[in-house]
Design a protein around this ligand. Structure first.
Ligand SMILES: C[S@@+](CC[C@H](N)C(=O)[O-])C[C@H]1O[C@@H](n2cnc3c(N)ncnc32)[C@H](O)[C@@H]1O
Length: 272
């Protein structure tokens, strides 16, 4: 696909991301600026946002969080309201207007926000308890995806949360009438295949019918491995997940037996 199909009104003048990738060029141009107007703060959004993050993160403890691709920081606002002032919130956002907006926001009080992309996280290895993306990996071209997740896994001290659109097979779909801007896949499988020592702690679905501030989104919460888990043990651990009180969590009940790996055809939906 040609660069024109994704860059819109982006110009290289003063835009350090123009040559980084066609997708980053778009997100740091007028096209990206327009997202701010669709992504405003509103009080009615708060309870939905808190509920979603309570389900995803309510059973783990952390004191520092980095959102990669935060935009103006709605998710960080939910986290601030849910987990209080003690949690240190950091953000990375390539779009200049969104970055400035978040930097000045007095509700969220981010510790620090950087106007950079996922490809160059300005933090030492294992320096943040939890690193997450929400609706960001879908906007990274498949050939660049590993570079972004390598950085996410590198800076995470313990947890990685991934909240993205799901597709059984990698698929590109039009985004706001344009090609080359949105790629769905099983991001959970991508993480596990690329980083076999990650352990899936929980996963789930944010249903737009119930939580209308979100699209229909799948999420995965991973923990960095303890250094000794074989893929087989990892699957036994996976069996510890159970459904209780409307959310996934550990049963803390050791189980014997290994969950057989699903064959691809068993993952398909009826209409596929
Ligand atoms: C659909 S918005 C999601 C914003 C926010 N995470 C949320 O859930 O409201 C995608 C965001 O990712 C940012 N972004 C796009 N490509 C990125 C990249 N390679 N690295 C970091 N952020 C990126 C965009 O500038 C935009 O703010």
């Amino acid at each position: 696909m040609g660069k024109e199909s994704v860059t819109g009104t982006a110009t290289s003048e003063g835009n350090p991301f123009f040559h980084a990738s066609p997708q980053l060029a778009a997100w740091t141009s007028d096209f990206g600026d327009e997202y701010l107007a669709r992504n405003e703060f509103a009080d009615w959004k708060l309870e939905y946002g808190k509920e979603a993050f309570r389900r995803m993160l309510g059973r783990i403890s952390f004191v520092s969080v980095l959102e990669v691709g935060s935009n103006i920081g709605l998710n960080l606002w939910f986290l601030r309201e849910l987990f209080g002032a003690e949690v240190k919130l950091w953000a990375v956002e390539p779009n200049r207007k969104a970055f400035e907006h978040l930097r000045k926001d007095s509700r969220i009080k981010v510790e620090k926000v950087w106007n950079v992309s996922a490809f160059e996280l300005p933090l030492p290895a294992a320096s943040v308890d939890l690193v997450f993306t929400a609706g960001v990996l879908i906007h990274i071209a498949p050939n660049d995806l590993g570079r972004a997740t390598d950085e996410i896994v590198r800076v995470s001290r313990r947890y990685i949360l991934c909240v993205e659109y799901f597709s059984h097979a990698p698929q590109e779909i039009p985004y706001r009438g344009r090609s080359g801007l949105l790629y769905k896949r099983d991001f959970g499988a991508f993480y596990l295949d690329r980083y076999p020592r990650l352990r899936p702690l929980a996963y789930g679905f944010l249903w737009q019918r119930e939580l209308p501030i979100f699209d229909n989104l799948n999420w995965w919460l991973f923990e960095k491995g303890d250094g000794g888990l074989s893929p087989m043990n990892r699957e036994v651990n996976f069996n510890h997940l159970n459904w209780a009180d409307g959310q996934w969590g550990f049963s803390h009940r050791p189980q014997s037996g290994v969950r057989p790996r699903m064959r691809e055809r068993e993952c398909k939906e009826d209409h596929d």
